[in-house]
Design a protein around this ligand. Structure first.
Ligand code: PLP
Length: 393
């Protein structure tokens, strides 16, 4: 018999009723150290006092007005994002998937405006851009598209660049006919795979040479998670369009599409909309998250904590060569490439009251809150060590 909640998730049996920083707590008071952070969403931990204040203060004023009117909280957050990034303009959504939809529409409209519509959007194997019909067509993962056809046409997935032949295939694929290239600077669901800086630069050059738009999906790797405000900053280049979500709301549903004025030129009044997108509650929280995370001193702390965590993880991998192969990622978007089955280790970690998240390519994701205390990093390493011993036993 079907459950009242549509059973599209294989859920772990724990139910959390309360949170404190990096800890999630069940009804009987059992505390789990949360290295999933709601899949990179709770960037500032559970029950962050500054976010509670921002949310409750706004809740006492006005919740929702619709985008038929000017929303001061939205304008403020847009200005903060424009101020700190390549972007000239921002559209707010409720999720990463909705950001993907607009990014695709914006890219197609841009070339239409130019009088030369271009169809093909190039994506990469292992990518994840969301679960809408457009987003699954873009990523093209067999597991996610099966049974949902016909798919939206116009997408093509290239091999993840590893060999010289892969790079040559990318150079051959991006032409004057290409509408856009969409890529996660660090693949999340795909297994915490960072695109080498040289490769991101190469994509920028190819897009410049052909007039294709470059879209970065920073839904998972953005908002300070990589140690820079946005992960592409490590490569020293910028996209034309960028998708943001997850961390930007700190747990409140919020997403955004950032774009240059040029890339956004087709998106005039009436071309796109959202009832909830950028509502006052979401933007009040988002502005507080942005204020905290975009601070250079905060980002320096993320990098310091990341180095500490990574050092411990390298030691863990070295001392359990039968279970782990390597540490992956950048900043606090980290992955353990496993030799044993990743989901077995994730389950064994539950027994140590530790929450981690599996990813493709047999990887375990470690995405703690960006402000995780050093003591909790040490505790996480102790529990990972205990997990490894239990799996080996
Ligand atoms: C989670 C994710 C999405 C989809 O975001 P939702 O908020 O779940 O719709 C898109 N792209 C990437 C890289 C993601 O990690």
């Amino acid at each position: 018999m079907i459950t009242p909640v549509l059973p599209t998730y294989n859920r772990a049996p724990m139910a959390f009723v309360k949170g404190e920083g990096a800890w999630a707590i069940t009804a009987d008071g059992t505390r789990y150290l949360d290295l999933g952070a709601g899949i990179a969403v709770n960037a500032l931990g559970h029950a962050n006092p500054a976010l509670i204040a921002a949310l409750t203060e706004q809740a006492g004023k006005i919740w929702h007005v619709s985008n038929l009117y000017t929303i001061p909280e939205q304008e403020r957050l847009a200005e903060m994002l424009v101020d700190k990034t390549f972007a000239d303009t921002v559209f707010f959504t409720n999720s990463g998937t909705e950001a993907a939809e607009l990014a695709i529409k914006m890219a197609r409209k841009y070339h239409y405006e130019n009088g030369a519509p271009r169809e093909e959007i190039i994506a990469f194997e292992g990518a994840f851009h969301g679960r809408s019909t457009g987003a699954i067509a873009a990523a093209g993962s067999e597991k996610m598209v099966k049974g949902f056809g016909p798919l939206m046409p116009g997408f093509r997935q290239l091999k993840w660049p590893e060999t010289e032949a892969d790079h040559a295939a990318i150079r051959a694929a991006i032409t004057e006919k290409t509408c856009a290239v969409i890529i996660e600077p660090v693949q999340g669901e795909g297994g915490i795979r960072k695109v080498p800086d040289q490769c991101l630069k190469g994509l920028r050059d190819l897009c410049d040479a052909t007039g294709a738009l470059l879209i970065f999906d920073e839904v998972q790797c953005g908002m300070g998670r990589s140690g820079k405000l946005f992960a592409h900053e490590w490569a020293g280049i910028t996209p034309d369009i960028m998708m943001v979500a997850k961390g930007i709301g700190g747990g409140f549903p919020l997403g955004a599409v950032l774009a240059t004025e040029e890339a956004a030129k087709g998106m005039v009044a009436g071309t796109h909309g959202s009832t909830y997108g950028g509502n006052p509650l979401a933007c009040a929280v988002g502005a507080k998250v942005m204020e905290i995370i975009s601070d250079e001193a905060f980002l320096a702390e993320v990098n310091r904590k990341a180095a500490l965590f990574r050092q411990g993880l390298e030691a863990l991998v070295a001392s359990h060569p039968s279970l782990f192969e390597a540490v992956r990622g950048e900043g606090l978007i980290l992955g353990l490439k496993c030799k044993a089955t990743n989901t077995d280790i994730v389950k064994a970690a539950y027994a140590q009251n530790l929450l981690t998240v599996p990813a493709a390519d047999n990887v375990i994701r470690l995405l703690p809150p960006l402000n995780i205390p050093d003591a909790d990093i040490a505790e996480a390493l102790t529990r990972l060590e205990a997990t490894a011993r239990a799996v080996e036993a």
